[in-house]
Design a protein around this ligand. Structure first.
Ligand code: SAH
Length: 289
């Protein structure tokens, strides 16, 4: 099937890899706070800071045993901070082991600019350029868990679609949770940035597409899960139509006030919707730039 579509998607070989528990505070992934997060070198009561990071070029998997000692210790320190990030996400109510494992595997610092490495593992959104942000770790985990919900234990999600690749972080996390991941970005330089960021990870099941995600990918549908990383006033009809029956779509909906919604396709022309929690995402916009 992959080979039958010559111009889509970009194989990553070519870019070479439930409802939150009551009582837990509603976290916000706010693009508005991203600049503030970037400016502040202290995370307040947040997680430990990432160490002076390993060089950006080598990927997590590749560095392993052949790296010089100093690089290995940087890597070990980065892994420790990442484990602390995952432990915090679990305390915030995410319990899906697959999601937590994926978060522990993907080196978030590789997706942000080196000047912000020190904040790579704090629970905050951060700027990635073009007025966009990398999402807060908690919300990334929460959305994937919500999309993966009500599946038999151990069952792997099949084909999933992400709208809003940004720097590629959530797509990378998804690639450890689903068999096949497709991710669309409308801003060309961010699509290119994601390719660069993802290349060292060699995630052969992840495909990136430059385009308007509001149209989805009808040539690849139906999807066993869809995630929107940008907020619209409503969920585009095309995406609802591209959801497999029984599958979940998770999306922020709203403008100033936004909530995370989970929509489940229950029949050919039937969908149900649940409101999960407050959130704040960058806007979903039509067209490409
Ligand atoms: N998934 C990212 C979050 C990126 S921010 C992460 O891992 O952190 C949301 C992204 O959605 C932005 O890059 C923005 O350009 C993109 N976006 C907004 N509207 C879109 C659309 N119609 N199609 C594709 N991408 C869109």
């Amino acid at each position: 099937m992959k080979d039958a579509r010559p111009n889509f998607p970009l194989p990553l070989s070519s870019v070479t890899s439930g409802v939150r528990k009551p009582g837990t505070p509603a976290p916000f992934a706010t693009p508005q706070t991203a600049t503030r997060n970037a400016a502040s070198s202290h995370g307040g009561a947040r997680a430990p800071q990432a160490p002076a990071p390993a060089p950006r070029a080598p990927g997590y998997v590749q560095v392993a045993n052949s790296a010089p000692a100093a690089q290995r210790s940087d890597l070990a320190a980065t892994e420790a901070v990442r484990r602390a990030m995952v432990a915090r996400v679990a305390r915030q109510g995410v319990s899906d082991p697959k999601v937590l494992m994926a978060m522990e595997t993907v080196p978030r610092h590789l997706f942000i600019e080196p000047a912000l490495y020190g904040q790579a593992y704090v629970d905050a959104s951060l700027p990635i350029g073009h007025n966009q942000t990398i999402s807060q770790p908690y919300i990334v985990a929460r959305m994937i868990e919500a999309m993966n919900a009500s599946r038999p234990a151990g069952a792997t999600l099949g084909k999933v679609l992400e709208i809003g690749t940004g720097c590629g972080y959530q797509a990378a996390v998804l690639s450890f949770v689903a068999k096949d991941v497709y991710s669309i970005e409308r801003i060309k330089p961010l699509h290119e940035l994601a390719k660069t960021n993802l290349r060292p990870l060699r995630l052969s099941n992840l495909r990136l597409q430059y385009g308007d995600g509001m149209l989805g990918l009808p040539q690849v549908a139906p999807f066993d899960g869809i995630i929107l990383a940008a907020a619209g006033l409503e969920v585009p009809r095309a995406l609802l139509e591209q959801l497999a029956i029984g599958a979940h779509l998770v999306a922020p909906v709203g403008a100033q006030v936004q909530h995370l919604h989970r929509i489940t396709r229950t029949g050919k022309s039937e969908w149900t919707s649940e409101t999960l929690e407050a959130c704040h995402f960058v806007p979903l916009r039509p067209g490409t730039i």
